[in-house]
Design a protein around this ligand. Structure first.
Ligand code: SF4
Length: 360
């Protein structure tokens, strides 16, 4: 049964039944649904920032004020990959993967989506009044950043360019995180995001077919096209390499990634540990999660291979920042004034993996 173009002819009833199952599960996971395909979910670091003044690594790297950040997706259930390391709730994990089409059945208006996303963020932080520092709480009620990274593939939303433009017009910065499977969409953006991320775990087609399980043919070739396009963007670009022990952390992998990164010439490379959390624990083992030291060792070798340097790191998030930039000159908020030198609280069990509040 193909619901691909349900909007044309296929029984809407079946699609509504399937979406009802999916949206119900998302609500249980505290997703705040917006219209027919977008959502906001309070990020762990919004909570940590408001209650413990502990900010996410993007605060240290880029000045993001975590408590003022909206974790958002315009394509909540729609992705062209089913990656092994994905921690998010996915249709495949709900047993309805085959019923969710690979393109959005309905397209909501970007102005409405953006304004509702801001409202939903405020709803998620309103309850901290009286529990959080008053100044931080007032700032959180006036969001300044949107991380278009929550779940799904954002380039599947055909009005993405307009959506980015609306967020910017409303005074918010945008981090667009994509797998790079729609280079034609990225190439046609009339408004670039504030910062563009491409996620990468594989450096050849065999690795990609095995680990990133594409649902559409030629996704690997599309990803390569996106990497080739990166130097043409005026906004800073980031390639986030998620490292998985036993899969992509050998010296041969350093060489493989170095070849791809040299073609893409990103402003930054983030080398980040796979975290054994969420839906991924049914597909990968805890042993696949590298320690911070193992991530730093791999990142240092990669930096040498591409003539970048280790500029900063975050132990709680097990991530290392590589760049050729002379210093943290690009800051998107007033978060973490000491920037790349910012002191951190907590060890590698106090971030996305572990119980951060125990640290205080
Ligand atoms: S930038 Fe990412 S990690 Fe930081 S608060 Fe926003 S969604 Fe969370």
């Amino acid at each position: 049964m193909n619901l691909g173009n349900a909007s044309n002819s296929e029984p809407i009833d079946e699609l509504v039944d399937v979406l009802t199952i999916a949206l119900g599960k998302l609500r249980n996971q505290k997703y705040h649904l917006i219209g027919t395909h977008a959502a906001v979910k309070k990020c762990l670091w919004v909570h940590n920032a408001l209650l413990y003044r502990r900010f996410c690594y993007k605060c240290k790297f880029y000045g993001i004020e975590s408590h003022r950040c909206i974790q958002f997706s315009p394509s909540t259930l729609w992705c062209w990959n089913t990656c092994l390391h994905c921690w998010r709730v996915r249709p495949q994990d709900m047993g309805i993967g085959e019923f969710i089409p690979t393109k959005l059945p309905m397209i909501d208006d970007p102005e409405i989506i953006a304004r509702l996303a801001i409202l939903e963020h405020k709803r998620t932080v309103s309850g901290y009044k009286g529990r959080a520092d008053e100044v931080l709480w007032r700032e959180a009620m006036d969001p300044k950043h949107v991380a278009i990274s929550l779940t799904g593939e954002p380039t599947l939303y055909p009005r993405l360019s307009e959506l980015i433009e609306v967020f910017h017009r409303l005074g918010l910065t945008t981090f667009l995180v994509t797998r790079g499977v729609r280079p034609e969409v990225l190439a046609s953006l009339s408004e670039e995001p504030t910062q563009l991320y491409v996620s990468l775990e594989s450096w050849n087609k065999d690795m990609y077919e095995y680990f990133n399980n594409p649902l559409i043919k030629d996704c690997w070739e599309r990803t390569l096209t996106t990497l080739e396009m990166l130097p043409s963007f005026t906004c800073p670009t980031v390639i986030r390499v998620t490292v998985v022990k036993g899969f992509n952390m050998s010296n041969k992998d350093v060489e493989g990634f170095a070849k791809l990164l040299s073609r893409a010439e990103p402003t930054y490379v983030e080398v980040k540990a796979y975290m054994h959390v969420g839906g991924s624990i049914t597909r990968l083992n805890r042993e696949n999660m590298p320690s911070f030291k193992e991530v730093l060792d791999f990142a240092s070798k990669l930096a040498n291979a591409i003539s970048y340097r280790v500029a900063s790191y975050s132990i709680p998030s097990r991530v290392v920042l590589l760049t050729r930039m002379p210093g943290p000159i690009i800051r998107y908020g007033k978060g973490c004034p000491r920037a790349w030198e910012e002191e951190e609280v907590g060890d590698e069990y106090s971030g996305e993996y572990g119980k951060p509040e125990e640290v205080i």
